[in-house]
Design a protein around this ligand. Structure first.
Ligand code: SDX
Length: 432
């Protein structure tokens, strides 16, 4: 319900329209503009959708000014400390934390559908031996649509629930196959005796004929990373999944489109780009030069892992990961380049004192430190965004499910401001 309106008036025509204002649980209220075209003959223009709410959602809330992130009302700090990734998946999809019995049943139901059809393995063989694994992830997710297309009625709640479980269950296996293809290792299979994240690590790192022994610290570190990347309201990749879903596309194809969007270095590809940047910086003495480049408008270099469309304060996920870096880097033998973390902290310290970053409220985001933990876990640089995609698949599919159950469901179709040529007649080629 709306308790008041915003009036939009056109000074040229003298016309005006009353737009109903809606308030949410938290955050800025919104005013609905659906009557503006009919009343004023105008559309709104909002490049990058910086000022536009695309939907009502009850899944995740961000407060950019105060660095707050809630999933179904639970603060990310508490979920990071007490929960597991699979429990957060349940929370995102069902809206409540499960009882022990509910969680155990959910864990079994996800494991039951975690295997991937053997024929899917053939898709990997079509990629170059050194292909970027995100290109495999996008391709194989799209291929998944052909394996579940025949019995997929997206308007059937049970089909939707099964699809959500299938995607959450299968993403670790799809990602692990990307990694093993690059490493020249035989593909592995899901192990139902292991919990979700440990199973993921087993599928990634086990060696033929050797019993895989998971390091509990490493499993906890990866589970934490996956909790922190699970959902983030209407970010670019989630908005892509919603737009594809609004056309009633296969949810597998919609998730493939989301993965393609996440790959961009302005979005989920930033975690890999941060490490490339730290390697390019090398010694801490070079930091000032790179900060100067980031401020130079004639240089398209940006400080990877800094800035955020919504957070104009510390990304709460970056704070949690930063602390976890201290624990992981000190304790994990595989952190063979501890200087990376030191350079990252020095870069953060210098940038946060620089007027350019202060003025623009540019703070470290989730990607700034995540690569350091993934590296300490022995995950190669090219796999970082794949790891992000495995985690974010829960958010993508939860948001897709919410879209499909939205009473205001309709196909997304933005308008434009046409600035091209006026109408003109075709000119035969010999007269041009
Ligand atoms: C993720 O949306 C989400 O929630 C995403 C995410 C999720 O969980 O889904 O949180 C994950 O994508 C995190 C962001 C990862 N990307 C990076 O770290 C790449 C580096 N960051 C920038 O590309 C940028 O900050 C964005 C893309 C994140 C945000 O871009 P905006 O909101 O469009 O900001 P902008 O381009 O309008 O920048 C405002 C000003 C500009 O300067 P002026 O024109 O005002 O002088 O800040 C400057 C920008 O040039 N700026 C930067 C900068 N980010 C913004 N300058 C240097 N380095 C940067 N990183």
């Amino acid at each position: 319900m709306s308790d008041h309106t915003v009036t939009i008036s056109d000074s040229a025509s003298g016309k005006s329209v009353e737009c109903p204002v809606y308030k949410g649980t938290y955050g800025a209220p919104v005013f609905a503009i659906k009557d503006v075209p009919g009343e004023l003959g105008m559309f709104t223009l909002d490049p990058g959708f910086a000022a536009t709410a695309s939907c009502r959602s009850a899944i995740t809330y961000l407060d950019g000014e105060h660095g707050i992130l809630l999933h179904r009302g639970y603060p990310i700090e508490q979920l990071a400390e007490h929960s597991t990734y699979l429990e957060v998946c349940y929370l995102l999809l069902h809206g409540e934390l499960p009882t022990r019995e509910e969680f155990e049943a959910y864990e079994r139901s996800v494991e039951e559908v975690a295997h991937v059809h053997e024929h899917i393995n053939r898709f990997y063989q079509g990629y170059r031996y050194d292909a970027h694994p995100m290109s495999m992830m996008v391709g194989v997710l799209g291929a998944m649509a052909s394996y579940h297309h025949h019995n997929l009625d997206i308007w059937d709640p049970e089909n939707r629930e099964l699809t959500c479980r299938r995607i959450i269950g299968k993403m670790p296996a799809i990602a692990a196959k990307c990694y093993r293809y690059l490493q020249g290792l035989p593909f592995t299979y899901t192990d139902p005796t292991r919990h979700h994240v440990e199973n993921f690590m087993q599928m990634m790192f086990s060696r033929p004929n050797v019993e895989y022994q998971a390091d509990p610290k490493a499993v906890r570190a990866l589970d934490l990373m996956m909790i922190l990347h699970a959902d983030h309201e209407q970010n670019a990749s989630t908005s892509t999944v919603r737009l594809a879903g609004s056309a009633e596309s296969s949810p597998y194809a919609a998730v493939a489109a989301g993965a393609a969007t996440l790959w961009g270095k302005a979005h989920g590809g930033a975690n890999e780009a941060v490490l490339h940047m730290l390697y390019e910086i090398g010694d801490k003495k070079n930091i000032e030069k790179f900060v100067a480049r980031a401020k130079d408008k004639d240089d398209n270099f940006r400080l990877m892992g800094f800035g955020h469309r919504v957070y104009k304060n510390y990304d709460p996920r970056a704070t949690i990961i930063r602390q976890a870096c201290h624990d992981v880097v000190d304790n994990m033998a595989s952190s063979d380049e501890p200087w990376l973390f030191e350079t990252a902290m020095a870069l953060e310290e210098i940038a946060l004192k620089d007027e350019y970053f202060i003025e623009r409220k540019l703070y470290p985001n989730v990607d700034f430190y995540s690569g350091i933990i993934l590296k300490a876990l022995g995950i190669p640089l090219s796999m970082y965004t794949v790891m992000f995609a495995v985690s974010r698949a829960a958010g993508w599919i939860a948001q897709w499910k919410e879209l499909m159950e939205d009473p205001e469901f309709r196909i997304g179709r933005p308008r434009q401001l046409y600035v091209g040529p006026e109408k003109r007649d075709y000119v035969p080629i010999d007269q041009r």
